[in-house]
Ligand binder design. Structure first.
Ligand code: ADP
Ligand code: MG
Ligand code: MG
Length: 245
């Protein structure tokens, strides 16, 4: 089934080729781990996908529709949700207000507070969040704020979810809980791009791995009947330590 298919994505900044003909395909219901050292092009790829940068060349296909370039609005409308390390939730607003921010109006009129809170409660349940629709987001722990942002993505019917090093600011227990959420979302059919430095996370979550180096695909490995451990070793050429945190 079509999820995300990136073909030949190329982007330069001045003389620097941040991306040079990158291909990346993620079917619905799969987690694609994206690895690469600093400067490899991971953020540039994500920003092209989110419409923050126009690519110089290549196509981005989401849900069967192919785009040469996307505006941020088109990216969201196409079903792409990106959870950056710096979250975009607004601390001063409640959970429900955050989830509905920018989508308070439908063609039937404004959604009232009660209805927003009801829908928000359902979405929070779907991501097993431990907060309530009326909580102020600024008072929540990072892990809950992150779940609110994912719930917001689900409220917009996202089909492609991009997580940029989502466990970087989480405790071990929180990271473990997030991994369970990612597994749930995969089961619910989302196509997930999971940017990480941690091979333990690749081993736990990935169905397929792409390693970027200097803007190119240095390694690409599908599961193809291997264990995740074997997959990780196929991309690293042998046992490799995770980046210490
Ligand atoms: P990663 O996220 O994998 O660390 P980036 O996509 O941030 O890599 O960077 C890839 C390359 O593009 C690097 O050489 C970086 O310096 C360059 N780059 C990224 N964004 C910009 C920008 N806005 N202006 C100029 N150079 C950039
Ligand atoms: Mg970086
Ligand atoms: Mg980056």
């Amino acid at each position: 089934a079509p999820g995300l298919s990136i073909r030949g994505l190329t982007k330069s900044f001045g003389g620097v080729r941040a991306l040079d003909g990158v291909d990346l395909t993620v079917p619905m219901g799969q987690v694609h781990a994206l690895l690469g050292h600093n400067g490899a092009g991971k953020s540039t790829l994500i920003k092209c996908l989110g419409g923050a940068y126009p690519p110089d060349a290549g196509t981005i296909e989401v849900g069967g529709v192919s785009y040469a370039r996307l505006s941020p609005r088109e990216s969201i409308a196409a079903g792409v949700a990106i959870i950056f390390q710096t979250l975009s939730v607004v601390d001063a607003l409640t959970v429900a207000e955050n989830i509905f921010l920018g989508q308070e109006w439908t063609r039937y009129g404004r959604i009232d507070r009660r209805a927003q809170e009801e829908v928000a409660a359902g979405l929070l349940e779907r991501v097993a969040a431990k907060c309530s629709p009326r909580d102020r987001v600024g008072e929540l722990p990072m892990a809950q704020r992150q779940l609110v942002e994912i719930a917001k993505a689900l409220s917009r019917s996202a089909s492609v979810l991009v997580l940029d090093e989502p466990t970087a600011a989480l405790s071990g227990t929180e990271a473990d809980a997030l991994a369970e959420r990612v597994e749930d979302l995969r089961t619910q059919g989302l196509a997930i791009v999971y940017v990480t430095h941690l091979l333990s996370e690749v081993e736990r979550l990935a169905d397929e791995v792409t390693v970027l180096r200097d803007g190119r695909v240095a390694h690409h490995a599908p599961m193809a009947g291997r264990t995740r451990r074997e997959l990780v070793e196929s991309i690293t050429g042998g046992p490799l330590e995770s980046t210490p945190r």
